[in-house]
Ligand binder design. Structure first.
Ligand code: AMP
Ligand code: ZN
Length: 114
């Protein structure tokens, strides 16, 4: 049954998406509207959103999130050319999906951070 969260629905196979990489705590998909040649989303399997609302157990997820960043940057060959990892949190950041996710961007020169 749909959860009203796009990323939970992808996790549950309700919305189709190719899972590029997976470990115990997270999975990785290509962004549907890529903002760089490589644009992946590293998504915790557990529905968590705001870092300020994390429990101590939720913070353990970050180990696997950053292991996934390391693996995926190598898989996509952007580890030596460089890449950016970003997290949007809340209205002023422009966050659109209220399920924590890390953007992994690279493959070309990236614009300045704002
Ligand atoms: P954010 O603005 O940080 O919440 O980023 C949400 C990202 O999810 C955006 O870059 C969207 O393009 C991306 N997105 C939304 N729906 C999908 C989907 N079904 N599959 C892959 N990426 C998606
Ligand atoms: Zn969710």
């Amino acid at each position: 049954m749909s959860t009203k969260c796009i990323f939970c629905d992808i996790r549950d196979g309700i919305i189709e998406s190719e899972i590029i990489f997976e470990n115990d705590s997270c999975f990785v998909i290509n962004d549907i509207e890529p903002k760089a040649s490589i644009h992946m989303l590293v998504i915790p399997k557990k529905h968590v959103n705001l870092i300020t609302e994390f429990s101590n157990i939720d913070f353990d997820i970050f180990n696997d999130l950053f292991k996934a960043i390391s693996s995926c940057s190598k898989i996509s060959n952007i580890n030596s050319s460089g890449y950016r990892v970003s997290i949007n949190q809340g209205k002023n950041s422009g966050q659109m999906v209220d399920h924590l996710h890390l953007h992994l961007l690279g493959g070309n020169q990236l614009g300045e951070m704002v």
